[in-house]
Design a protein around this ligand. Sequence first.
Ligand code: ADP
Ligand code: MG
Length: 395
Amino acid sequence: MRAGGSASDAAKDESAADAAPPIEPSLLRALQQILDFGRDALHVRAAILVLKLGEGDYSPHFLSSAPEGEAGEWVDAIRAGQGGLDTVLAEGRPVRLHHTARRSGGGPADRWLRVTSLLGIPMGDGGLFFVEKEDGHHFTDADERLALFLAEQAAAVVECAHLLAETRSRCDETVRAERLSAISTLASVIGHDLRNPLSVINNAIFFLSSKIESDDARVNRHLEIVRREIRQATRIIEELLDFSRDRAPQPAPAPLRVLLRDALASRRIDGQIRVEEELPADLPLLYVDVVQVRQALAHLLANAIEAMPEGGTLRVRAFACDAGVAVQIEDTGVGIPSEHRDRLFEPLFTTKPRGAGLGLALVQRVVAAHHGTIRIESEDGQGTTVTLLLPAAER
Ligand code: ADP
Ligand code: MG
């Protein structure tokens, strides 16, 4: 939702701008009380607060206090810049404006003509506005002082909300970091403990297969099952160990083509999957930790391959951009249902019967350590495109 209360309708046609972050219910209540109080105390028709919370290019929130059924119209009037919104913002100081009410015969412009006097207090990118429609209404110095006081109160409420949001997000980060570290420790212990017995089993199977020359198809089939399961278990252990090795990256210039080739070599690719590479010849070298980025690419390639059990196309694209090199891994697989999108980077989140759920968490960590970005776009049933932005070496 873009705006609170009755003003939400007024904001919905502004689809070009991003959606504004939602306002906390407690903040909304406090601001509403300030508006209601101001409207009563100043004896005016409506009080409107125009508010931009946080950074970003989105349309502001419009909150209002007005008689039943009129809120949307007052908000529209202020939004349309009528009554003096632009003047207040441009002047950067309290403004009192008085218009002469012209009674026109109706039509869209009629609405804002009802603003006959306005008292506006600028607040950052927005402001606090009091409007009256009766002719002859004049705001006094005392009105202005009260409005200034209320705007300060509203600003203090907004400031508190910012602090609250910041504290919450820090807490979330701390919890996430602690969780990651606990999982890393566990992954390391399990990975190391299982790696040795598994390699012993692997050697033993190799020895046994060489000794058993059986014509019995069932024996051979079971040997193959053991080998397959060992491969699977090894893969999970590698994933656990990859995840447990959290260290600062040691970047060096590296060609993406080679990293991709090595990452692809570590995955089995079914004949049903066509691999297409679109890497421009003049692509700049990456400036990354080769081991970490190869691992991250391997995880993304594995996800793409696993998403196409019936086959499909795995396309890897790259291009230079201002921020470095963009690497896109695209599959024509099962896609990601919208209800899973928020959980993809959560460690241990998996939808696969034998998945460890650590791949994307690892990729995100590697990308963050390189000050890069990751974006996942997916259409359920159509395929998925993961775009990494990684630093480039200077040419
Ligand atoms: P895992 O592969 O072990 O399940 P990941 O962290 O690599 O763990 O991925 C988490 C989940 O994200 C997967 O289980 C899957 O549901 C979804 N996912 C990731 N990549 C893709 C993809 N390319 N196509 C479809 N789903 C994907
Ligand atoms: Mg995976």
